[in-house]
Ligand binder design. Structure first.
Ligand code: NAD
Ligand code: TYD
Length: 337
């Protein structure tokens, strides 16, 4: 049986990954989820597995020295590192938390993982480390790093530290760089869940600039299967790009959401552009496809349909977030967040 340490597993993608792996491996896997429960962490995302005999939650900051206790008391086959400050707009307002978690936290985790001989370190990164594209071309694993926001710069910093652990100590790492994820359980500060929930509430839909910026969307379960593939077949030291073949302008995405939500009083509102707004991301994922045999399964049309349906049937989940109620709930259970 394999034992995995997952960081940031109470967030959007991490919680999907934990449910995915427990679903695939059942009792043949054991997962320890280390999460600090920042504003983005939500244990409601893990309701379905909270009583699973092989799932364990540890409320801990990856930047804390006490993290070592966990490595002392368990042998991990792999660390899958999702924990991060993840929102570009927040990084523009206040960058230091991004350095603390994404850079320092990653190094601390690497140090412990190496000291305790973890067999594989899978670092979850983003296509945003490559910077921005013009109208043509796509990012390959050899595209030079040119991050433009404090968020993407902190992720690029982390990527370089992970690379250094391989080059210096031959510590068996992989870096997985993925395009924009969407799906159920995404915190409603990111484009798709913000627009869906605002549309349900009849609120304005704030589109930055002219809405012509382009993102390359991937349904979250496709990313989870890509990470599983890298854990099983990835070559140590290698980087793998992951994408969903779904380039869309923001305005097209918002119009599709309006169509799927149907009856709403919400209107698109063009607002001031994001500072340093990256124009276009597009991922070339031929390497993971050709070398490891992975490809995305869910079309954007199908994934968006599932996502809108989920937000419609899970209004309490996002209403508790938007009203701040979910914070009070966890303070009661775990003390201050
Ligand atoms: P998220 O913001 O939903 O979740 C982040 C989780 O990390 C939360 O549960 C939070 O409590 C936890 N966390 C934050 N700081 C921590 C700390 N210091 N110690 C322990 N836990 C901490 O993020 P997400 O969208 O699920 O993204 C997960 C990872 O995937 C991130 O590394 C992100 O950079 C990367 N990524 C995200 C996307 C995307 O579109 N969402 C795309 C590519 C890559
Ligand atoms: P976001 O979901 O924040 O992801 P990222 O910045 O990491 O790509 O934003 C996706 C795109 O949507 C990006 O071009 C910014 C734009 N956007 C808006 O137009 N309005 C919004 O309210 C938000 C949150 C994003």
């Amino acid at each position: 049986m394999k034992t995995y340490l997952v960081t940031g597993g109470a967030g959007f993608i991490g919680s999907h990954f934990i449910r995915h792996m427990l679903g695939v491996f059942g009792e043949d896997i054991s997962i320890y989820n280390v999460d600090a429960l920042t504003y983005a962490g939500n244990l409601a995302n893990l309701e379905a597995v909270k009583n699973h005999p092989h799932y364990h939650f540890v409320k801990q900051n990856i930047n804390s020295p006490e993290l070592e206790d966990l490595f002392k008391s368990h042998t991990f086959d792999a660390v899958v590192h999702f924990a991060a400050e993840s929102h570009v707009d927040r990084s523009i307002i206040d960058s230091l938390p991004f350095i603390d978690t994404n850079v320092r936290g990653t190094q601390r985790l690497l140090d412990f993982a190496r000291k305790y001989n973890v067999k594989r370190f899978c670092h979850i990164s983003t296509d945003e480390v490559y910077g921005s594209l013009g109208d043509t071309g796509s990012f390959t694993e050899n595209t030079p790093l040119a991050p433009n926001s404090p968020y993407s710069a902190s992720k690029a910093g982390a990527d370089l530290l992970v690379r250094a652990a391989f080059e210096t100590y031959q510590f068996p790492v992989n870096i997985v760089r993925c395009s924009n994820n969407y799906g159920p359980n995404q915190f409603p500060e990111k484009l798709i869940p913000l627009m869906i929930t605002n549309a349900f509430e009849g609120k304005p839909l704030p589109v930055y600039g002219k809405g012509r910026n382009i993102r390359d969307w991937i349904y979250v379960t496709d990313f989870c299967s890509a990470i599983q593939t890298v854990l099983e077949k990835g070559i140590p030291g290698e980087i793998y790009n992951v994408g969903g073949d779904s380039e869309k302008t923001n305005i097209d995405v918002v119009k599709m959401i309006l169509e799927k939500v149907g009856d709403t009083n919400s209107e698109i509102q063009y607002v001031k552009d994001r500072l340093g707004h990256d124009f276009r991301y597009a991922i070339d994922y031929r390497k993971i496809h050709q070398e490891l045999g992975w490809s995305p399964q869910v079309s954007f049309e199908e994934g968006l349909e599932r996502t809108v349906t989920w937000y419609k049937s899970n209004a309490k989940w996002w209403q508790d977030i938007k009203s701040g109620v979910y914070m009070a709930y966890y303070e009661k259970q775990y003390g201050t967040r």
